[in-house]
Structure formats: C-alpha cells, structure tokens
Design a protein around this ligand. Structure first.
Ligand SMILES: *[C@@H]1O[C@H](CO)[C@@H](O)[C@H](O)[C@H]1NC(C)=O
Length: 523
C-alpha cells in the first residue's frame, strides 16, 4: 500500500478507538526532595539460598511499582490459565540493552530541578536503586527537541570543517547536554552503549539551504565527503570530552518527517550509495569499532530499505545493524493489521548477520488526536510493555526510548512537536518530577535483562499472539533466568513457569493490567 494511503487508513483505524476520557486516573508518582520516589530494590545473591527460590517483581494498575517479593517454587503446577515453558537450549539474539535519548530538552529540563532532585532523577534511570539503563542515544547537533536549530559548522562552505565546534553542547542553549552525558556516565551502575544520530547537516550542505522541509544533500562529491567527515569530527570531539560511542545511525528518519523540523531526506538508494562510497569508508578508517546502523526509521519501510542496502554487498559490508522506530502507522494500535513484528522477523531471516535495535519510540506523537503528555496514563505504559516485549520476541537486541525527561507540556520543542516521556519535570517550579507508568514498564526489562543476555525459547499453552497475556524469556551472563510476563487483560490470571527439565514450578497470580518479571538462577 502506498504510504499515503496506508497512513490515511491507519488514521481512520485510530479514530475508531474508544477515547476513554470519562474517568481518567493519573497513575504517576510524584517525586520531590521531601518525599523522594522509592528506590527500586535490586537482586543479590542472598535472594537465592536454594534452587527453589525466585524473585518476583510486579507493576500493576492497582498499585505495585516494581515491587519485589521473594518466593519459593512449588513441585506441582497451579494448572494456570497460561503455562509458560522456558527452553534454555533454544537460543536467539544477544541483548545490547535498554535506554533513552539524552536530548537538549532532557538536559534543559533536568537542569531546572534542584541539585538534589537532579541526582535522584539520574539515579532513577541509571543506578541499582533505579531501572539501570544500559543504552543511550545522542542527537548529533540539534533536533526538534532543541530550543533552536544549530549545527557544529555554521561557517558556510567550510568544506574542511575548520570551524567545527561542539561548544554549544556545553552551553545554556542545549542545557549543557554534554555535561548531562558525562554525569550519566559517572553515575551509571552498568556500562552504557551510546549511539549517535544526526537529524540534519549544516543548512548550507543541503540543496535548499535549510534543515526543514525534508531537504536533500547537495549532490556534489565534496559535500558527501564533508558530511562524512562531520561524523568523524563529532566522535573526536566527544572522545576528547571523555565520551566514547558504541554506535551511530546513518540518519534519523531518512524517509522524511512532516517537514516541520530538521531532517535529511534520502531514498534507500541514496543511503546505500552514501554508506558505500563515503560514510562507510570514513567511519571504518577513523572509528573502526563503531557499529553502523542503517534505516533508523519506521518498520513499514523495512523491506524496501534492507533489500536495497543489505542487498548490495559493497554497501552491506559497512552495515552492522538496522535501527527501527515505532511511529508511522501507529503500528502498535493496529499490529494485527500492519504486522510490524513480522517485518522484523523477515529481516532477521533474510539477513541473519544484522542486528535490529529499536532506536526511538514515544507516546503522544499524533497531532490533534493524541499529542503531548498525559500525566500518569496507564495505557501508554502498557503500550511500551507490549512493543518492547514483541520487539524482543522479533529479534530486537534492545529498545531505546525517546527523551528521558520532558516538561509537563511535553517540550521544549522548537517545532511544537511535543510528546510524552516516562519522566516529566515540573520545569517551572523545579521542585518535582513525575514517574509515569512507562517508566516502570520499561524498568521491567531494562533492570533485569542485562547486556549480553540471550533470549531463549519461551512457549505457552495459550499462543502469545492471541492472548492478552504475553511473555519473553532470557538467560543473563550471570546465568539467571529472566521471564517477563505482560497481562493486558481486564482481569487477573493464574499462570505458571517451568524450565524444561526442571521439577519446579513458579506459580503466580497476575493482576489485571500489569507486568511482572521473574528472576531465578538457572536450574
Ligand atoms: C543560507 O541561509 C542563511 C540563513 O538564512 C543565509 O544567511 C545565507 O545567505 C544563505 N546562503 C545562501 C547561499 O543562500
């Protein structure tokens, strides 16, 4: 279906959704200096004195927020509504991790908080008392979540990039974004895989001398070379500031956006040729360890883009993975029709050496119908849980949220493209921030599925695709079994988990609209 037609179709689908504004409940947690949000308990060796011990974390609409309970397995099954079987001998992708984007807007908002609350917020995301993020995305220069459009080379026709300068990233313009990244790297309990993404080159490198309206690069070899060198300059400058990157995406949303904010539009053929002739050789020469991700765009385009770029061995040699976003067709509302996860499975089947990373997602991005934050919206958390779980079961190595923190209006965003975020900050008063349900749903994955974990076989008597309760299973590098179970149903259920070959059953009652993570040592 042409994208235009399919988008119209999806919008109609969306209008048919019940907009339940009747009795909206705010499920957010307010965190202040006087009443800090509770630290999230971690797991440690004493949790497992015997092989029958397991730990159960729950988040539920009825009140649990990553609550930890120590429990014992049984020798018989509860005959639950769903029987989850873990097969440790069936292994799939290795996990990179989970995280969010360190944008100008996030930094600007965090800086508005008192120093005490700034630390509390950073701890919430990155330390053992929090959800232990292990991935971070950094925009290369400005994006819509900036307060103005800027680049690192404002001198026109400076093809050699002599004027390249990242000092804006330490200035008030960006809320000292670089400083925030450095703080995160200092605070984090786990190593963080950072990846960088450009939204637009300096305006003078485009055909229209503009970063908005979906411009193209000037079709000149000198410009392609210069734009490639810009990446190297960026990594050099950040390295000098103590920030090392794991990866890079060639371009954020190269298929284009609404035109209202920065972008650099490329056809799949243009991205293929740019990677093959310019960016690939440049990055391999100066940053050979860096993982290069193509696409960084909607799943609806996956087939066309991967076939064009990965189908060309000269281009594919420079590509390590494929970045995906969740927006274009409101794919998760209508996944039964658009089958976004099948699109990912197809890519893995065809290009098994390529990893898939979810590089951006947020709620509240649909103009007029559903734009901006909704403080404490439970459904938005559940959508995160649904998308993360199904992305993982469709071979994604991780999941990257958009802005780690926004203000209560969902900004700042110079193009007024406001959205929601797991943490919202009262930027005016500076004395509180709020954890949305999305924060906890993300935490059920990020805190437990450590980098290097392997997804393992996970089956159920009720097919995941047809049931409101879904699961994904992992084995961590420390040989812990991790099972994440999502119940989107309007009622609670009994279920049980058993590792194939083990005599023990994890018998659990799950609440309506909830998510659970079960952890125990490999039997
Ligand atoms: C490009 O745009 C800038 C800012 O609007 C302007 O100052 C400059 O003269 C333009 N350059 C060209 C070549 O038109």
């Amino acid at each position: 279906m042409p994208e235009f037609a399919s988008n119209i179709f999806m919008k109609f689908q969306l209008l048919a959704l019940p907009t339940v504004a009747l009795a909206f409940t705010d499920y957010s947690d307010k965190c202040t200096s006087d009443v800090p949000c509770a630290a999230i308990e971690s797991i440690s060796a004493p949790d497992f004195p015997t092989k029958q011990d397991y730990v159960l974390y729950s988040t539920s609409q009825s009140g649990d927020r990553l609550n930890k309970v120590n429990k014992k397995m049984d020798t018989s099954s509860n005959g639950g509504w769903q029987e989850i079987r873990v097969d440790l001998d069936t292994k799939f992708q290795t996990i990179l991790g989970f995280g969010g984007a360190l944008t100008d807007s996030a930094a600007i908002n965090i800086n508005k908080l008192t120093p005490d609350l700034q630390n509390q917020l950073i701890d919430s995301y990155y330390t053992e008392g929090g959800i232990e993020y292990t991935v971070g995305r950094v925009p290369i220069a400005s994006c819509d979540f900036s307060t103005e459009v800027y680049s690192y080379v404002e001198v026109e026709e400076d093809l050699e990039l002599d004027s390249f300068d990242i000092s804006v990233d330490s200035s008030d313009t960006t809320g000292n974004k670089l400083g925030l990244i450095q703080r995160v790297l200092k605070a984090t309990a786990n190593p963080i895989s950072l990846f960088a993404s450009p939204w637009a080159p300096p305006a003078w490198m485009t055909q229209t001398n503009s970063t908005v309206g979906n411009p193209s690069l000037r079709d000149e070899p000198e410009i392609y070379e210069s734009w490639s060198k810009y990446f190297t300059k960026f990594f050099e400058a950040y390295r000098a500031a103590g920030v090392e990157f794991w990866g890079v995406t060639v371009q954020n949303e190269p298929a284009g956006n609404t035109g209202a904010w920065q972008d650099l539009k490329m056809s799949p053929e243009e991205q293929r040729d740019f990677v093959k002739n310019y960016l690939g050789p440049e990055l391999r020469a100066f940053n050979p360890e860096l993982k290069i991700m193509m696409h960084d765009d909607q799943r609806v385009h996956l087939k066309e883009w991967t076939d064009t770029i990965l189908g060309d061995p000269d281009a594919a040699q420079y590509v390590d993975g494929v970045g995906i976003h969740w927006y274009s067709e409101v794919e998760d509302y209508v996944a039964w029709a658009t089958k976004p996860f099948d699109k990912m499975n197809d890519v893995t089947a065809k290009y098994p050496d390529q990893f898939i990373l979810a590089t951006e997602a947020c709620n509240g991005f649909i103009p007029i119908i559903d734009q901006g934050p909704k403080l404490g919206d439970w459904n938005r958390g559940e959508r995160y849980g649904y998308d993360i779980l199904h992305d993982l079961n469709a071979h994604a190595v991780g999941w990257t949220d958009w802005n780690i923190a926004l203000d209560l209006e969902g900004g700042p965003n110079w193009a007024k493209n406001v959205v929601d975020a797991p943490i919202l900050i009262d930027a005016e008063a500076g004395d509180a921030y709020y954890r949305n349900p999305m924060f906890y749903y993300l935490g059920h994955f990020s805190k437990f599925i450590k980098p290097g974990s392997v997804r393992v076989g996970c089956s159920s008597t009720a097919p995941f695709t047809q049931s409101p309760m879904e699961a994904a299973c992992f084995l961590t590098p420390a040989d812990m079994v991790v099972v994440v179970v999502l119940n989107r149903d309007i009622t609670g259920h009994k279920y049980n988990v058993q590792v194939k070959g083990s005599d023990n059953f994890v018998n659990v009652d799950v609440d309506k609209h909830s998510i659970q993570t079960i952890v125990f040592p490999k039997p």
